[in-house]
Design a binder for this molecule. Structure first.
Ligand SMILES: CC(C)(COP(=O)(O)OP(=O)(O)OC[C@H]1O[C@@H](n2cnc3c(N)ncnc32)[C@H](O)[C@@H]1OP(=O)(O)O)[C@@H](O)C(=O)NCCC(=O)NCCS
Length: 162
């Protein structure tokens, strides 16, 4: 496999089943099906896909209102290709599309990476899942169906969920 990395601002040609497999192997699978992954990216204002040959080695996407607020998500580099600047390049592509915006994100383990891109910690963040995650999972990723029980009022999402 040639090691030259190519960056695309579209999802054309992405094999989402393969991406899902690689995300799972990297323990970064948040339970979306390949079709749901594709829809997430297709419905985003901006996407960045890193390719080496015919293989996707990185993804990132941005939700944005075109005025002032944006949200960065699904930033991932294939584990065998990390620390080569791939995520930096993808996030850079996305940020170029939203001048003047406040860009938010959540991270548990990669503060150093985002700091290297100029992001700073906010004092507090809050979030919730509306109903069940992806419409079918309990907040911790337990599959349905389950015995009826009340949903937690404010589920604590951990790891790659969502
Ligand atoms: C976080 C992640 C996307 C970084 O991807 P990457 O392509 O390796 O990042 P880069 O090579 O562009 O890193 C740029 C800089 O960020 C910092 N950085 C990146 N990963 C780091 C790590 N694990 N520990 C400390 N610093 C890190 C370094 O300063 C690095 O520069 P350097 O390599 O010259 O020291 C990648 O580790 C990943 O996919 N992790 C799993 C998925 C994930 O958790 N994504 C974030 C969700 S919020």
């Amino acid at each position: 496999m040639s090691e030259e990395v190519r960056y695309a601002a579209t999802i054309a040609g992405v094999d989402w089943t393969c991406v899902k497999h690689d995300l799972a192997a990297d323990d970064f699978d948040n339970l979306r099906t390949p079709d749901e992954l594709e829809a997430s990216f297709a419905n985003s204002q901006a996407v960045a896909i890193a390719w080496i040959g015919k293989r996707v080695v990185g993804t990132a996407r941005l939700l944005a209102d075109g005025v002032c607020n944006a949200y960065l998500i699904d930033v991932w580099t294939l584990s065998s290709h990390r620390r080569r600047g791939i995520a930096t390049a993808m996030v850079g592509m996305l940020l170029e599309t939203v001048p003047g915006h406040h860009v938010g994100l959540f991270t548990e383990d990669h503060e150093a990476f985002y700091r290297s891109l100029g992001f700073g910690l906010e004092r507090e963040g809050m979030s919730r899942v509306v109903g069940r995650w992806l419409g079918r999972f309990e907040p911790r990723g337990e599959p349905m169906p389950r015995p009826e029980r009340p949903s937690p009022a404010s589920p604590q999402m951990r790891g790659p969920l969502p």
